[in-house]
Ligand binder design. Structure first.
Ligand SMILES: *Cc1c(COP(=O)(O)O)cnc(C)c1O
Length: 282
């Protein structure tokens, strides 16, 4: 199983050689489709030797990472794995029409299918949203989606790599995610301080502390929809936060100051959510 492009925002160029080696050893290749946003309309996963891939509709087609989901992902199979696919599935015919294959007919037509999925329809709203997005963009529009998402991420990367450490900045252009570490932040300041400071600047913070292989990771995924003005505003905010940290501005340590809540115990908030208003909680 491989994620390509990977979580450091890099495209694995030797993918075909990797797949060939796996196939030569009698194996199959699974690809995590989490970063499809960078290559949609540009690369056909089947051409890279991938046999199975889920497409995170809640990431690529209209929603950025961290956009809240709900998660939804059709799984696509190569010709080699197709006969074993679970029922029900959709089948595409030569004349272009699609049918939903249910279990009654699949028994005769697809005797090697491994059986019926208990849950199939998934998050219907995400499917509708993704389909709408795909149809409204068309093939050329989806290619543009990938190009704009990648361009936007590289613009963020190169606009900030003088104030924030970009651990893979030397590897050339990134894919649709710009990755920074906390390496350039002064003693006493952390990625969390920058993320909380962004709330005061009016931005939903980027993904932080992921991927785990990068210390204090800040993973910025602007997507294809941001305007240059919006990106410039974000870059300006992040730059000013990095400079405030460098200047030793300790007010950053208690940000956010302009949100309804200060810093929460996020683990407790997730494990024991208080869903009703209680005045004594402040
Ligand atoms: C988002 C993400 C996941 C998790 O996928 P979900 O479908 O959102 O649960 C796994 N791997 C990578 C690399 C991701 O970016």
């Amino acid at each position: 199983m491989i994620t390509n492009p990977n979580t450091c925002g890099l495209f694995e160029r030797d993918m075909k050689a990797i797949s060939d080696a796996v196939h030569a050893a009698g194996g199959y290749v699974y690809c995590d489709g989490a970063n499809f946003n960078a290559i949609v309309g540009k690369v056909r996963p089947g051409d890279l030797g991938i046999d199975a891939m889920h497409i995170n509709l809640h990431k690529t087609f209209s929603t950025p990472h961290g956009g809240g989901g709900p998660g939804s992902g059709p799984v696509v199979l190569s010709k080699a794995l197709c006969p074993y696919g679970p029922i029900p599935f959709t089948e595409l015919f030569e004349d272009g029409h699609l049918t939903l294959v249910e279990e009654e007919t699949a028994g005769e037509r697809h005797p090697q299918s491994f059986g019926r999925m208990a849950a199939f329809h998934g998050q219907m709203g995400m499917f509708t949203r993704a389909l709408t997005y795909i149809l409204s963009h068309g093939a050329d529009g989806l290619r543009q989606v990938a190009e704009d998402a990648v361009l936007n991420a590289n613009y963020v990367l190169r606009s900030l790599d003088d104030v924030l450490d970009a651990p893979f900045g030397g590897a050339g252009p990134c894919m649709h995610e710009a990755l920074f570490s906390d390496d350039n932040l002064p003693e006493g300041f952390s990625t969390l301080d920058i993320a909380k400071g962004l709330i005061d600047e009016g931005f939903h913070p980027m993904t932080v502390y992921f991927p785990l292989v990068v210390h204090g990771a800040m993973l910025v995924e602007p997507t294809e929809t941001e305007s240059k003005a919006g990106l410039d505003r974000f870059i300006g905010s992040l730059r000013s936060l990095a400079q405030r940290a460098k200047a030793g501005d300790t007010s950053l340590k208690s940000a956010p100051h302009f949100a309804p809540r200060r810093r929460l115990d996020e683990t407790q908030a997730a494990r024991k959510p208080v869903l009703a208003w209680r005045g004594d909680l402040g």
